[in-house]
Design a protein around this ligand. Structure first.
Ligand code: ASP
Ligand code: MG
Length: 417
C-alpha cells in the first residue's frame, strides 16, 4: 500500500464524461489498496471565463474579490468528481482550500503556500476515504480565499504530496509525458523516461509548458517524485496501475537517473526582445542604475550581456525582456537617461531564446561549441548567449526558431532511440 496524490488538469475534467473517466483512474488506484488524495483544476476554459467576468465587473478589480470569483471553478470540479466517485462505490469527500486548511501568504491572485495541515486527510485515509481537493486555492492570513496564480493547481498537488508525505504525485494531463522538445516542432521528439528536478525546472522556466514552474521548485525542495502522465489513456489498460513504472515521465532526484545523457532536452521561448544601451560610462553603479528602475516597473529582465570596456571608460550593455514589455522598458530607461548616462538605445523584437538543457553538461566539455557549430552550418546568427552549469541559452531571430530547435535536437542525438 502506498499514498498517492493524483492531479487532473482542466482538459481532463472538461465535461462530465471526462470526470467519469477520471473517477475510473482514481478507482484503479483505490482498488490496488492505495490511499489517494485527488487534486483538480477547473474545467478547461472556466478560469479564463471567470477572470474575464471580474474584469468586466471592474477593470481595477479588488484582488480579494477576484480570488473569491476565480477559485469557484475548482470548487465545482471537486464536488462533481466526489459525486462521480461515490456513484461508482467509492467513499469520497471534496475539500476546499480553507477546509484543510492550505494556508497561504497575503498575495491575492499570486499567493504562495505557507503551510498545509494534512492531519485530517490522513485520518480519513484510515477510514478508507478518498479526498478530492480543489486545486489553485488556499486561505490567506486575512481569512479569505487566495489563489496561487495561473496554472497553480500543479503547485497545490505537489504541496499536498509533500504535506501528507505521499510516495508519488501523479500529474495527469493532456500529454503523455515530458518530451525532449516540443513534438509539434520536431516530430522526432522522444518522451523521456526520467528527468531530474533541476532539468525540469530549466525546461519549465525556459518555455516548456507542462508544469507550473513553482510546482517544480517545490517538488525539488521536498523531493516529491512526480510523474507526468496522460489522463486520456484507458484507465484500465495493462500497466496503468504499475506502481514502480507507470507510463509517463518521472521527475526525480538526479541520483535516480543512472544513465545520464549529456543533453536532456531543447526548450524555446518566443517573443523575446533585445535592448542595447551603447557607450555607457563604465563605472560602479551603472548596472544598478539600469536594472533598478526596470525592476521597480516589474519588468522581467532575462539575459544580460555586458562587454568589457576597451578603453576603461565606455562599454555596451545588452539584455532581453518579453516583447510585450519593450515600450515600457524604453520609457523607463529614457526617463533615467541622465542617471545612467548612455549614448543611444537600440531595440529589436520578435526574437526567440533556444536553450539546450542537461545535467550531464557539468562534466562534459564542448557541449556549447557543438551548438554554435551546428547553428553556423545552418546560417543562423547568434545574437546573445548565456550559460549556467546545466544549460546554454541562445538568442536568435524568431524566423529561425523551428530550424534551430530541430538542428540542436539532432546534434545531441535526441532523435535517436
Ligand atoms: N484553473 C486554474 C488556471 O486555469 C489553475 C490550474 O488549472 O492549474 O490557471
Ligand atoms: Mg495546468
Amino acid at each position: 500500500m502506498a499514498r498517492i496524490v493524483m492531479k487532473f488538469g482542466g482538459t481532463s475534467v472538461a465535461d462530465m464524461d471526462r470526470i467519469r473517466n477520471v473517477a475510473r483512474h482514481v478507482k484503479r488506484e483505490v482498488d490496488a489498496g492505495h490511499e489517494v488524495a485527488v487534486v483538480v483544476s477547473a474545467m478547461s476554459g472556466k478560469t479564463n471565463e471567470l477572470v474575464a467576468w471580474t474584469r468586466d465587473a471592474s477593470p481595477m478589480h479588488d484582488a480579494r474579490e477576484y480570488d473569491a470569483v476565480v477559485a469557484s471553478g475548482e470548487q465545482v470540479t471537486s464536488g462533481l468528481l466526489a459525486l462521480a466517485l461515490q456513484n461508482i462505490g467509492i467513499n469520497a469527500r471534496s475539500w476546499q482550500g480553507w477546509q484543510i486548511p492550505i494556508k497561504t501568504d497575503n498575495a491575492h491572485g499570486a499567493a504562495r503556500i505557507l503551510e498545509i495541515d494534512g492531519s485530517e486527510l490522513i485520518r480519513r485515509f484510515g477510514e478508507g476515504q478518498v479526498a478530492v481537493v480543489a486545486g489553485f486555492q488556499g486561505l490567506g492570513p486575512d481569512n479569505r480565499i487566495a489563489t496561487l496564480g495561473r496554472g497553480g493547481s500543479d503547485t497545490s498537488a505537489v504541496a499536498i504530496a509533500a504535506a501528507i508525505k505521499a510516495d508519488r504525485c501523479d500529474i495527469y494531463t493532456d500529454v503523455d509525458g515530458v518530451y525532449t522538445t516540443d513534438p509539434r516542432i520536431e516530430p522526432k521528439a522522444k518522451r523521456l523516461k526520467k528527468i531530474a528536478f533541476e532539468e525540469m525546472l530549466e525546461m519549465a522556466s525556459l518555455g516548456a509548458k507542462v508544469l507550473q514552474v513553482r510546482s517544480v521548485e517545490l517538488a525539488m525542495v521536498f523531493k516529491v517524485r512526480t510523474f507526468v502522465r496522460s489522463s486520456f489513456d484507458d484507465p484500465d489498460a495493462p500497466g496503468m496501475g504499475d506502481f514502480l513504472n507507470p507510463p509517463g515521465t518521472l521527475i526525480c532526484d538526479e541520483e535516480e537517473i543512472l544513465e545520464q545523457e549529456v543533453v536532456t532536452g531543447i526548450a524555446y521561448a518566443k517573443d523575446e526582445a533585445q535592448i542595447s544601451l551603447r557607450r555607457l560610462a563604465d563605472r560602479p553603479g551603472v548596472s544598478a542604475a539600469i536594472f533598478g528602475p526596470l525592476a521597480e516597473a516589474h519588468i522581467n529582465v532575462d539575459m544580460i550581456v555586458q562587454n568589457i570596456s576597451e578603453d576603461g571608460s565606455k562599454t555596451d550593455m545588452t539584455f532581453t525582456v518579453p516583447s510585450t514589455d519593450v515600450d515600457k522598458a524604453l520609457q523607463v530607461l529614457n526617463g533615467s537617461k541622465d542617471k545612467i548616462g548612455f549614448d543611444v538605445i537600440q531595440n529589436e523584437s520578435g526574437l526567440v531564446k533556444v536553450s539546450v538543457i542537461g545535467i550531464g553538461m557539468r562534466s562534459h566539455a564542448g557541449v556549447a561549441a557543438s551548438a554554435f557549430r551546428a547553428l553556423a552550418e545552418k546560417g543562423i546568427n547568434i545574437k546573445a548567449i548565456t550559460t549556467s552549469e546545466i544549460k546554454i541559452s541562445i538568442l536568435i531571430d524568431g524566423a529561425y526558431a523551428e530550424l534551430a530547435v530541430r538542428t540542436l535536437h539532432s546534434v545531441y542525438g535526441l532523435d535517436k532511440s
